[in-house]
Design a protein around this ligand. Structure first.
Ligand code: FAD
Length: 276
C-alpha cells in the first residue's frame, strides 16, 4: 500500500462489499467456507483457496481487500493449518481501531470471496522430522533438539499449526508451548490445545493469564516476567529450538530474556505482528 492510500480512513476497506473474483498474478481467490467466533474478540475463518499449493506449519499469507472505489488494504495473517490441499484456516483478532481486522472478524461471511497471496515465509516454519517419517536418507541432517513455542495472544496461530503438525506426524521431538493470554475466554484453539496437551507426549502446555485466571489457578494474573519465562521453558542447556510469536513488544521482550537466560540467539526464531 502506498503512503497515500495508507492514510485513507478505516471504513474504506471495512466496507469492501465486493471483492474481485478474478485472480491477479501471484494471488489466489479464496472462498470463505465458514466463520465462527474463536474468542470474544477473534474469529476463525476457514477458506477454500483456488489453486493453493499447500503450506508448511508456521507460514503466513497476505489478505487483500478491495473497496468498490478501488482502494486496497493488505494485511498478513498466519495460517493455522498446514499440509497439502486447498483448505486454509485463519484466526484473526479484532483491533478496535483497525482498518482490516474488524471487517474480517465482524463482517466476513460464508460464501464471501477474499484475495490471498502465499504461502509466505520460509524461516518461521517447522516440519516433521523426515527421519522419523521413515526417510533413512534424512538421518544425517536429523535435528532432534526439543522445540519450545512461546505465544502472546493471537501469536499462537502459527505455533498451533506447528503443534498440530507435530501431533499429526507423530513426530518424537519434545514440544512445549508457553501461551500468554488475557483470560480463559481468550485462549485460541482451546479444545484442540487441550487435546494435544492431554496426550502429553505430544505437547506440554503452560498457560499464563495476564488479566483474569480461572478459579483456583495457582498464581494471580500477571504478565510474563523473566522468572516466569525461565520456569516455563525448556532450559537453555537442552538447546531447544525456540519459536516466539505475538505483538512486537511481547516478542522483543521475550527474545531478549531468552538470550539473557543463555539461549543461543541463532536458535530463536521470531514473528512480530506489529503494535507495541
Ligand atoms: C507475518 C504476520 C502474521 C500475522 N498473523 C496474524 C494472525 O494470525 N492473526 C491476527 O489477528 N493478526 C495477525 N497479524 C497482524 C495483522 O497483519 C494486522 O496487523 C492486524 O490484523 C491489524 O490490522 P488492522 O488493519 O486491523 O489494523 P491497522 O489499521 O493496521 O492498525 C490499527 C492500530 O493498531 C496498531 N496495531 C497494528 N497491529 C497491531 C498488533 N498486532 N497489536 C497491537 N496493535 C497493533 C497499529 O499501530 C495502529 O495504531 C500478523 C502480522 C504479520 C506481520
Amino acid at each position: 500500500m502506498s503512503e497515500a492510500t495508507a492514510q485513507t480512513t478505516a471504513p474504506a476497506a471495512a466496507s469492501a462489499a465486493a471483492v474481485l473474483a478474478v485472480p491477479r498474478s501471484g494471488w489466489h481467490v479464496a472462498t470463505v467456507a465458514s466463520t465462527r467466533r474463536e474468542t470474544p474478540n477473534a474469529a476463525r475463518i476457514e477458506l477454500e483457496v483456488d489453486g493453493w499449493p499447500g503450506n508448511a506449519a508456521g507460514q503466513h499469507l497476505d489478505v487483500r481487500l478491495t473497496a468498490p472505489d478501488g482502494y486496497t488494504a493488505t494485511r498478513s495473517y498466519s495460517i493455522a493449518s498446514s499440509g497439502t490441499g486447498t483448505h486454509v484456516t485463519l484466526a484473526v483478532d479484532k483491533l478496535p481501531d483497525g482498518e482490516v481486522s474488524p471487517y474480517l472478524v465482524d463482517e466476513v461471511r460464508a460464501g464471501d470471496m477474499l484475495e490471498v497471496h502465499g504461502p509466505l515465509g520460509a524461516f518461521f516454519v517447522w516440519a516433521p522430522d523426515a527421519a522419523a517419517a521413515g526417510d533413512p536418507a534424512a538421518d544425517a541432517t536429523r535435528d532432534t533438539r526439543p522445540v519450545q513455542l512461546i505465544a502472546g495472544g493471537s501469536g499462537v496461530v502459527p505455533l498451533f499449526a506447528m503443534a498440530a503438525a507435530h501431533d499429526a506426524a507423530e513426530d518424537p521431538t519434545p514440544f512445549r508451548l508457553l501461551y500468554s493470554v488475557r483470560s480463559p475466554d481468550d485462549v485460541y484453539f482451546a479444545d484442540a490445545l487441550r487435546r494435544l496437551a492431554a496426550a502429553s507426549a505430544s505437547l506440554q502446555l503452560d498457560l499464563v493469564y495476564t488479566r483474569r485466571a480461572p478459579e483456583g489457578w495457582p498464581s494471580p494474573p500477571a504478565r510474563i516476567t523473566r522468572d516466569v519465562l525461565e520456569a516455563a521453558v525448556i532450559p537453555a542447556a537442552e538447546r531447544p529450538r525456540v519459536f516466539v510469536c505475538g505483538s512486537t513488544g511481547f516478542v522483543e521482550r521475550v527474545a531478549d530474556w531468552l538470550v539473557e537466560l543463555g539461549h543461543d540467539a541463532r536458535s530463536i526464531r521470531t514473528e512480530r505482528y506489529g503494535g507495541t
